[in-house]
Design a protein around this ligand. Structure first.
Ligand SMILES: *[C@@H]1O[C@H](CO)[C@@H](O)[C@H](O)[C@H]1NC(C)=O
Ligand SMILES: *[C@@H]1O[C@H](CO)[C@@H](O)[C@H](O)[C@H]1NC(C)=O
Ligand SMILES: *[C@@H]1O[C@H](CO)[C@@H](O)[C@H](O)[C@H]1NC(C)=O
Ligand SMILES: *[C@@H]1O[C@H](CO)[C@@H](O)[C@H](O)[C@H]1NC(C)=O
Ligand SMILES: *[C@@H]1O[C@H](CO)[C@@H](O)[C@H](O)[C@H]1NC(C)=O
Ligand SMILES: *[C@@H]1O[C@H](CO)[C@@H](O)[C@H](O)[C@H]1NC(C)=O
Ligand SMILES: *[C@@H]1O[C@H](CO)[C@@H](O)[C@H](O)[C@H]1NC(C)=O
Length: 620
């Protein structure tokens, strides 16, 4: 239920707009019947075509299904001593994309040395004196040296921070906003793309929000918020040769959202293929083969990681395109096993226009009286035997100190931003179990309310938002491994009561201090001194590209980099490059017997959320 609802029409999303119109019911009925017809036809087609692997009813224990191979086969044995090359027996499992994913032996992080020669031939952009007049003819030249030197220019406040923004044809962004009605099958996204992507303003009727800066923001709106926020970035440049990184303002999330349901794969892939074709023809591409490029999609990575050319498979294949493998894509949920995507926060409802708005909010969150020890807003996952949500709901219901907002039935308060935020504001701890995929918008809403998050899977935050959250997760959150609930049914209440009040206060202060970097400021103005989620992300990308450039110049290649261990590298301290066995390995592997912690992990998120989409709509 977590992800797919493009408009937040789903209960579990704590994001539904303020108003509920009558039309949505009619609309739902219409979409529903269309959807059933589609399913019916689709089913017939598949059966008649004699496919046996329809993925319509995925069996989590069946590792031989080509989809399940995604996490099933290739991550089965996380090697103890690294590096190890695996997958040999699996290279034939599926089509090109899978082969792309499975075949390459441990990938290189930097450029292989042999690449350098090729790259030095790339024409420098704009200026001809890129290398500075050959002060050392023996020294290798790199087309990005001018940009690197810019960072050493101490008299330039933007030195090393310039961003060049590609001037994409409007079909890659603005045109999608003009056709906002088509952005979601379920929700009219037009109201959510208003106000530079923030959505309609929220009135502070119940005094839960502040009077200014609150909007009914859709959880998938980061494409356009980020893009608009970039327009306020203080170090934009028209000269790509000094750019520390290159932004591609493609609305990748909006693009795929249009076609997730009921469109063939060629339709779903069309804009992505068009985009990389456009990008690779630009002179900027050849400077680093796209490794200095980044783009943003406000959806989960699994929407862009279709593994096969089967029509029944989910999403598009953007993130498997060779060009996209060289770029960085920022998404609200990244893949633990891939190096080309990075987690950034979901949007909350708060979009401050100035520092003072943030400080005022923080002060208020510090002073609140919180009458609940813990709370949970969400729906159970009855179809998912691995889900701990049912147990959390049971525990909450039977506890006198837990507040529950159930999202499952009828008119739910779960849809109302003010009910949700009010609950978070009156709780010390907020439970954030995974849904169909690892992450939830709710985690950010609760931290915004100064509520200490309780996570049950490291993929829900710790391995995701490493740019935005402290590495030491015990400072701002509580971790209760899913198995403690699933197998041992430990009491959450008891576990939380063990934390001394003094420590709770310190943790809450940490959460509140994180608020600025977790929210997206109003893209139409600019915070004076505070760094918001956008600033943190851009700085992280700049650091990444700069480090890569230095690595290239100094000939470091990181040959032992193993892409599927990406989540471990992300947890490393600055300057460290070695990874080994990790206590969280069981969360990110999938034993063949299907009993592992992550057997319902994100490769299936997409399909499950498809089912949940049906379920939630037929429930109405
Ligand atoms: C997968 O296939 C192999 C042989 O093709 C078979 O031995 C094995 O039992 C199958 N595993 C599952 C979980 O179906
Ligand atoms: C995999 O494909 C290669 C060539 O495409 C073929 O020679 C080999 O027998 C295949 N292996 C399996 C296990 O199907
Ligand atoms: C350093 O930055 C200043 C201010 O932007 C600029 O005038 C100067 O030309 C730069 N120096 C170099 C060597 O690029
Ligand atoms: C895919 O769907 C589009 C319409 O959305 C249609 O024009 C196109 O012919 C279809 N392609 C294939 C290969 O079925
Ligand atoms: C991606 O980068 C690699 C290594 O730099 C390069 O060999 C490859 O051609 C690049 N791919 C694309 C599509 O540019
Ligand atoms: C993490 O934070 C906790 C609480 O502040 C502290 O006790 C612990 O020593 C820290 N751990 C590390 C590795 O810094
Ligand atoms: C788990 O514990 C709670 C009390 O904390 C209890 O109400 C519930 O019945 C237990 N569930 C199982 C499956 O044992």
């Amino acid at each position: 239920m977590r992800r797919r609802p493009v408009g937040g029409a789903l209960p579990d999303q704590t994001e539904k707009g303020a108003s509920k119109n009558q039309n949505s019911r009619l609309c739902c009925l219409a979409s529903l019947s269309a959807f059933f017809w589609f399913l019916l036809l689709y089913f017939h087609f598949v059966v008649l075509a004699g496919h046996t692997n329809t993925n319509t009813h995925p069996n989590p224990n069946n590792n031989n299904n080509s989809i399940n191979n995604y996490v099933g086969v290739d991550f089965t044995e996380i090697p103890q001593p690294l590096p190890v090359i695996r997958h040999d027996s699996n290279v034939n499992v599926s089509h090109d994309d899978v082969a792309l994913k499975l075949q390459p032996p441990p990938r290189k992080f930097g450029f292989p040395k042999s690449d350098h020669d090729g790259e030095t031939h790339a024409p420098p952009i704009g200026k001809s004196d890129v290398v500075g007049g050959g002060r050392d003819t023996k020294k290798k030249r790199f087309p990005f040296e001018r940009a690197l030197r810019a960072s050493e220019n101490k008299s330039d406040p933007c030195g090393g921070r310039y961003i060049y923004v590609h001037d994409l044809p409007s079909r890659f962004n603005e045109d999608m906003l003009k056709e906002c009605k088509s952005l979601s099958l379920w929700t009219n996204m037009c109201k959510f793309t208003a106000n530079a992507g923030l959505g309609p303003p929220l009135e502070n009727v119940e005094g839960v929000f502040s009077d200014m800066g609150w909007y009914a923001t859709n959880q998938f709106a980061v494409d356009v918020i980020f893009s608009n926020r970039m327009k306020q970035y203080e170090c934009l440049t028209k000269d790509s040769s000094v750019a520390a990184a290159i932004f591609v303002p493609f609305y990748a999330g909006f693009d795929i959202a249009r076609y997730l349901w009921g469109y063939n794969i060629s339709r779903r892939d069309a804009a992505s293929l068009d985009l990389v074709d456009w990008l690779m023809k630009r002179p900027e591409w050849s400077i680093m083969n796209g490794k200095d490029h980044f783009l943003v999609a406000g959806r989960i990575t699994w929407d862009f990681r279709r593994l096969s050319e089967e029509e029944s498979d989910w999403g598009n294949k953007l993130l498997f395109l060779p060009a996209a493998k060289n770029m960085s894509m920022l998404v609200v949920e990244s893949s633990p096993w891939n190096a080309n995507d990075f987690g950034i926060p979901y949007p909350t409802y708060f979009h401050p226009a100035k520092d003072a708005d943030v400080f005022k909010w923080q002060d208020r969150m510090r002073a609140l009286e919180r009458k609940w020890l813990f709370s949970f807003a969400g729906a159970p996952r009855p179809g998912n035997s691995k889900s701990i949500r049912g147990q959390l709901i049971d525990q909450c219901r039977s506890s006198k100190v837990c507040k529950l907002l159930e999202c499952d039935f009828g008119e739910s308060k779960c849809h109302s931003p003010s009910s949700i935020m009010q609950m978070f504001q009156s709780s010390l701890f907020c439970l954030q179990p995974q849904g169909d995929s690892y992450t939830r918008r709710s985690a950010f809403d609760s931290m915004l309310a100064g509520c200490i998050p309780v996570f049950f899977h490291p993929g829900s935050a710790y391995t995701q938002y490493t740019w935005h959250l402290p590495k030491n997760y015990t400072k701002y959150s509580v971790f209760i491994p899913e198995d403690d609930i699933r197998k041992r049914n430990i009491s959450i209440e008891e576990r939380l009561r063990q934390i001394p009040p003094e420590q709770v206060k310190i943790m809450r202060e940490e959460v509140i201090s994180l608020i600025p970097r977790l929210v997206y400021a109003d893209p139409r103005s600019k915070l004076e001194t505070l760094k918001d989620a956008f600033d943190v992300s851009v700085q992280a990308i700049i650091d990444k590209v700069t480090n890569l450039r230095k690595d290239i110049i100094e000939g470091r290649t990181h040959d032992d980099f193993i892409e599927e261990n990406s989540w471990k590298y992300a947890l490393l301290d600055e300057g460290k490059h070695e990874v080994g066995p990790h206590e969280w390995d069981p969360f990110f592997s999938k034993p063949k017997d299907g009993s592992g912690d992550s057997s319902d992990s994100s490769a299936e998120a997409a399909k499950n959320s498809w089912k949940n989409e049906q379920r939630s709509h037929s429930r109405k």
